[in-house]
Design a binder for this molecule. Structure first.
Ligand SMILES: Nc1ncnc2c1ncn2[C@@H]1O[C@H](COP(=O)(O)OP(=O)(O)OP(=O)(O)O)[C@@H](O)[C@H]1O
Length: 202
């Protein structure tokens, strides 16, 4: 699904990723951890082509349809959650209303409300971010700190959803500080000194 060879990314003189290699197979469910500033978001941005590498290559399968939640997702703040989801889905011509309603239901997000996104709570905004990463039936999913701000029930719903997507053979990478035992990861990677080191699955 994804091959990364010799990837280096520097910001000014600061090397964040240092000849990093990574192979991701279809159906992998990967957890990446690393201290603040270790480069998790940077790695995701490079995979999504939001940033340019200084060196190395990223080979993404042509079949990969990326769904991503990275840092604070940007929304049209003066519009409702539903307007935003419709707007984003229509950009890619993948608007599946049933899927959106199902995801909103899973996360108990009242998507029909007239509340503008600017008035959303942190958790509501995070749910909207997760939903936009999944609503087009994407098969390659990158989630950066997805459970930030979520309440206990929503974290449970999230774990359930991720395991479900894994069972559907979707490829998923989650970068987070908190290791959620309920998620059935098949690979754990530690981002340290610009490189990924494989840990034993707990
Ligand atoms: N646009 C940028 N310009 C300059 N430095 C940057 C930029 N983006 C990231 N960095 C630096 O790159 C390093 C890695 O940042 P990144 O956000 O990828 O880390 P992270 O592992 O996601 O951190 P956290 O766990 O705190 O979210 C940090 O030192 C950060 O300051």
């Amino acid at each position: 699904m994804l091959e990364i060879h010799d990837l280096t990314k520097k910001f000014h003189q600061h090397t964040v990723l240092d000849h990093l290699n990574m192979i991701v197979h279809k159906g992998d469910l990967i957890y990446i951890h690393g201290i603040n500033g270790s480069g998790k978001s940077t790695l995701f941005k490079l995979i999504c082509d939001i940033l340019e590498p200084d060196n190395g290559c990223i080979i993404l399968s042509e079949q990969a349809h990326i769904g991503a939640l990275i840092e604070n997702p940007g929304f049209l703040e003066r519009e409702t959650g539903m307007y935003n989801l419709k707007f984003l889905a229509h950009l890619n011509h993948h608007f599946y209303e049933d899927k959106i309603m199902q995801l909103c239901n899973d996360f108990q997000l009242d998507i029909q409300s007239h509340t503008k996104v600017k008035d959303y709570s942190l958790g509501m905004r995070q749910k909207l971010g997760i939903i936009q990463a999944l609503m087009e039936d994407q098969n390659f999913i990158l989630l950066d700190e997805p459970t930030r701000g979520l309440d206990e029930d929503s974290v449970k719903a999230f774990c359930h959803l991720i395991n479900d997507l894994h069972n559907q053979n979707k490829t998923i990478i989650i970068a987070a500080h908190e290791y959620l035992r309920e998620i059935h990861y098949n690979k754990i990677l530690h981002l340290k000194n610009g490189l990924l080191i494989e840990d034993e699955v707990l």
